[in-house]
Design a protein around this ligand. Structure first.
Ligand code: SF4
Length: 290
């Protein structure tokens, strides 16, 4: 069986592969796309575009929609592919998974930086406009992933607020068998680097409070989370983010009948998937179209 590095196997990368079989057979990199896209990686999405076109002509096929799974850092290398995808295969919404915006957790997830997300967003919006379609990108994020600090989650919460994203459902990272992140979770070390006693330590948000807090940052707009967020912001020396104006993350007041105490031990809900679902503030008509 042909060996493909980790990332190649996981996502929609039809016929994207190493340019040279000899180099490929000797290659020991964990990923062709992290920390950056390998210079030997073929990023031509032409065969995938042809596949889409062929599939559309099959008898009985009315519409082929792609809802998620696009590896956007590779897609931006082929704007023609993004045009094809956006013009014919997006049904109003496309989920993509930046997972985080802070470099620390992104490096532990082997994910690209936000530069690729912004580039893809630009192409997505440009080609949607050209096609005369109103459609939206839905980015997914993860909370409490190994390598994530409270400050990273605060940075993400501020980004969500600045971009008017309000997450509907949120689930924390859960370690699963055979995952690199699970090794980090259980050892507190970074297996992407040399393992030794002095090897890189990875911050693990394991305690109940840390996990609740990270989740709460993703749902900064939910009054139930405000007591915990206020307490954390005070501990982080960020009382400047508590108040009633747009520049604040949470208000200083609490609506009657809401707000779990900051030390609440309510169990987390949900298991398995580590991603989030959310909606962005957007025109009412667009929300109805969902
Ligand atoms: S040389 Fe680069 S493209 Fe080829 S298999 Fe290794 S990482 Fe992937």
């Amino acid at each position: 069986m042909k060996h493909y590095p980790l990332e190649i196997q996981k996502r929609h990368m039809y016929r994207l592969h190493c340019k040279d079989p000899k180099i490929e057979s000797a290659c020991r990199r964990l990923s062709c796309v992290f920390p950056d896209i390998c210079e030997n990686m073929g990023t031509d999405h032409g065969p995938l575009v042809q596949l889409y076109r062929k599939a559309r002509t099959l008898p009985g096929i009315k519409k082929i929609l792609i809802g998620s799974g696009v590896r956007y850092d590779l897609a931006v290398k082929s704007p023609e592919y993004v045009r094809e995808l956006v013009s014919h295969h997006v049904g109003g919404y496309l989920k993509i998974a930046p997972e985080h915006i802070a470099e620390g957790p992104l490096a532990k997830m082997m994910k690209p930086g936000m530069g690729a997300y912004y580039k893809f967003k630009e192409l997505f919006e440009k080609f949607s406009k050209e096609a005369g379609k109103e459609q939206y990108l839905i980015p997914y994020f993860i909370s409490a992933h190994p390598g994530t600090t409270d400050e990273d989650m605060l940075e993400l919460a501020l980004w969500l607020k600045a971009n008017s994203f309000r997450l509907d459902q949120v689930q924390n990272f859960t370690p699963t068998p055979m995952a690199m992140a699970s090794a980090m979770y259980h050892t507190g070390k970074n297996p992407l680097r040399k393992i030794s006693r002095k090897g890189e330590e990875v911050p693990i948000p394991k305690s109940g409070r840390a996990r609740r807090l990270h989740k709460a940052f993703l749902r900064y707009h939910d009054p139930e989370n405000w007591p915990l967020l206020r307490e954390a912001l005070k501990q982080m020396g960020r009382t400047d983010l508590i108040g009633g104006s747009k520049k604040h993350l949470v208000p200083a007041w609490q609506p009657a009948g809401t707000g779990r105490p900051a030390n609440s031990r309510r169990p987390e809900t949900g298991r398995g998937t580590a991603r989030t679902q959310h909606t962005q503030d957007r025109p009412r008509a667009a929300r109805r179209a969902k």
